[in-house]
Design a protein around this ligand. Sequence first.
Ligand code: 2P0
Length: 354
Amino acid sequence: CESEKWVLMVTAQTPTNIAVIKYWGKRDEDLILPINDSISVTLDPEHLCTTTTVAVSPSFDQDRMWLNGKEFSLSGGRYQRCLKEIRSRASGFEDEKKGVKITEKDWENLHVHISSYNNFPTAAGLASSAAGFACLVFSLAKLMNVKEDHGRLSAIARQGSGSACRSLYGGFAKWIMGKNDDGSDSMAVQLADEKHWDDLVIVIAVVSSRQKETSSTSGMRESVETSKLIHHRAKEVVPKRIVEMEEAIKNRDFESFAHLSCADSNQFHAVCMDTCPPIFYMNDTSHRIISCVEKWNRSEASPQVAYTFDAGPNAVLIARNRKAAALLLQRLLFHFPPRSDADLKSYVIGDKSI
Ligand code: 2P0
């Protein structure tokens, strides 16, 4: 490095994604290799996204990270693995005007500072490692001039958090579980871009902002160890659903999309119940939302809204179009009247136009 006075910076923004065919269960905990494929929809960047700035300078004496302005330890294995994978693929960089020259070898001794912000309250129970790791890997790859495609980068983000690999893409993404023991073929691909099915409106109803009692990582470990249903699901059910869901997305077939999303969410929660001891992510309000949507869908000629619940009680509701979304909000406000202004703010609308 010719000069000691420079700082190079890259900023990137990555939205979170919501699985409609769920990832639950690993076959390798260290490499984060799943037992089944999964499919997700990525939210608009304006909502539930992470913005990360990464910087490198010869004057930095160690790798450091800040999350929402607070320093955060980078010592965890998942962060270390992502940093190592990106560093090992770094290329040289030169900017004559700025007097910056970094050779491939220099990256081994240069340290990074990482600052990451979520545009949603971390306490809202929606904090997602998916957007965080996807953004970290993408911004570091840009900073270090890594010449890999999105698929390879997704395989690195996967080692931070499984669901993160799907957030490298907008629109719809599929995480292919892969067959190799080293994880080299376990990566995400884009099924359709964000323009393909832009009628859909995603409404997130925050049922509880409390931190979940069982983390996804330990929950899925316990399911793999104790549930019989999870193995039947991974082998017999999900492979067929993946094919059907890809077809539904390709054809913008909302009826099949809604049927598959709801069924898959319900089976994922059935697996949680089949775990010993059972894991309860949904609560009574979640169940009431399901009943409300099911009843409404059955009263119409075809479904208006799909629901899906992750490892928590919050409802992710996917309306077939803006009209259905407006009716959905009316119904939610009628059945679950807000008790305060704070409650009203909890209706997060995943579409800037409504
Ligand atoms: C998913 N979830 O497909 C599923 C559905 C929750 C329910 O991915 O251990 O935070 O970091 O790989 O990705 C949550 O699990 O777990 C998750 P790790 P992750 O979105």
